[in-house]
Design a protein around this ligand. Sequence first.
Ligand SMILES: Nc1ncnc2c1ncn2[C@@H]1O[C@H](COP(=O)(O)OP(=O)(O)OP(=O)(O)O)[C@@H](O)[C@H]1O
Length: 651
Amino acid sequence: MQTKLIPAILDSKKDYFVEYQTGSGKTMSMLLGALAIAHKDLYDFGFISSKSYKKEYDPDNEIDAGLEPALNAFESPTAIIVVPNRELAIQIENWAKILISEAFTNLPSEYLLQSFVKGAEYEKLQEENLSKYGIPSIVVGTPSRLFELIVESQSIPITLRLKHIFIDEVDTIIKLLGKNANLDKRLVRLKNPKNGQILVESIFRQLEKNYPAIRNKSLPKISGSLKNTGDELNSNTTLPFNQLNKITAISEQIKNTRKKERLITEINRVESKIKSSDNINPINRDYKSHTVSIFCISATINSDLRKFLKSRGWFPNPVKVIQEIRKKTGNSSDLKSHAFSLPKQTTHSCIIVEDDTNMIRNLRMKEKSTESDEKASESSSKKGLDKFRNTPKKDQFKIKFTPDGLEILENDDTFDPDLILYNKGKNSSLDSDNNYNFGSAKTNSTELNNQYETGSSLVIDQEKYNNTMAECISNILLAEENLVKNVVVFLESSRNYKSFVEKLSDSGISKTRIIQPHDLLSISHQAETSNSDPELENSLNNLSNTTSSPSNINDLPNEALSFTEKNKIIVLTDSAGRGLDIEDVSHVIIAGIPKTASSYLHMSGRTGRFGKSGRVITLSINTKNIKSEGKIRGIYSKLGISNYPVDYIEN
Ligand SMILES: Nc1ncnc2c1ncn2[C@@H]1O[C@H](COP(=O)(O)OP(=O)(O)OP(=O)(O)O)[C@@H](O)[C@H]1O
């Protein structure tokens, strides 16, 4: 993958989807490629002066070439890296610091790369860095912070120097609505697209405004009207209007007059927002003068996301795809039926806790997982979109084998971005969220069931969840002591984080061993500001070395005492853990049923990275009414993994 991706970045003539398994080195390749380009910037813009040191630039002897940094030499960045969370932005910056210090003796890394994330203390430091070092060659940050700096305040200007936009964990950044999201939620999304989407599209709008000459054809007129509904829709209607039209068509069939009226009012509000907002209509890139390459990167990119981004005007030309060859699953022969790939060296186990008897046992896998398990994992909604689900699937892609790998040619004649909203059958996406009951006040038993199925798990109260999970986790760590290095625990996103961490420390795990996302940031931040040992600066990568104060014997009420201090328990949620590379994670423990197969894949991917072995244990509570086994079996089956029974637990 790296031998394909890095040259593709250096060539920068096309747009790419990069879909490789977790821990395969995507983020590292992206950074290496971007730094290679930034490195050239140093010479092109006089940072490294041969005159001052009376030496010619010698690529084999860079350290001696001599550096002469000039303030504000770059008028704008040459690459923008968008990531979904602060932790990942800081991790990338820390990696860059180490790589840059290896290549140059005297060059502050901030000339080449700076990170931008939200939070008062970080923002202050970022502003100081910007004024001290000027605009870096590479900016990395979260969508909302980059939006503030690039679009709102324009403190980071965008010029034709910009050659690359990397979107790491693109599926999280765009976060398409799930197939079962209701109309309310769809309307809200239409009015308020995700920050990452607005950021990227605003950058292209800015470029177009500032450099009209880069376009050599005039913009087609964007039009749309609510008057065309249902079958009258034609392909010239732009995406948001098209979606709105379909929502209108569905809302008209709703019998409950009050609900119908409310929806129509909301539809009108969304329509006027769409009309008045530039941000909502797709962009229109001109590929005859292709100036910026977009790299969309993740272990889980599905065809819905590809279609959606194309419909937003991101890729008017064929997009290159760098991905591993996948085995096929399911019935269909198209790309959707490819299972996402997981590292082979990771084992997956699921432990079921029977709530009524308090017994624990291994997940029982049937001989072969049945279709009903898969259905359980998708959990169908009965919210009135059924008639759209059976819409015949169109042949959206043609695949071409090229020397560089697979290239996907999307066929414009058959392409219908609205299918993203409505066409969901058996082959529905793995990574869309399943969202229910948005805005609904009442919850009936079916909805309750759905909530559980989707992983919201509100049926199990917080106290019971905390007690059960903490007890299981401390016992597992005890039983697997010899295998344990660092451990990542994922708790359900709907859970109270603080009380869970407190319970964990009550159950025999020393507080000093528990690391929270904020701790990861503050460790990095301290390393950054204290200008200490560069090795230490890579704190995310050296968790086992950044030990906290020695453990107090009173913090360790039971046998968990025997753990050494170097073993850390990092408590995260799915979104905070996306893309993070934490050193020596031997175990991932997922406390609860993941929302989607894709979510499971990313959480489990914090271990078994870059060829190392890994162990993933999912803990699931079976209550009297709700059996969670079908859901986890469905996820296993979708991802093509089998249960590895835990030998110290009954089957
Ligand atoms: N060429 C390489 N040689 C040695 N180690 C590497 C190389 N490339 C990446 N790594 C290491 O492999 C680990 C995983 O890399 P990285 O985080 O880039 O993977 P990823 O594919 O982006 O993972 P994810 O999908 O979880 O975001 C990191 O510790 C990284 O330092």
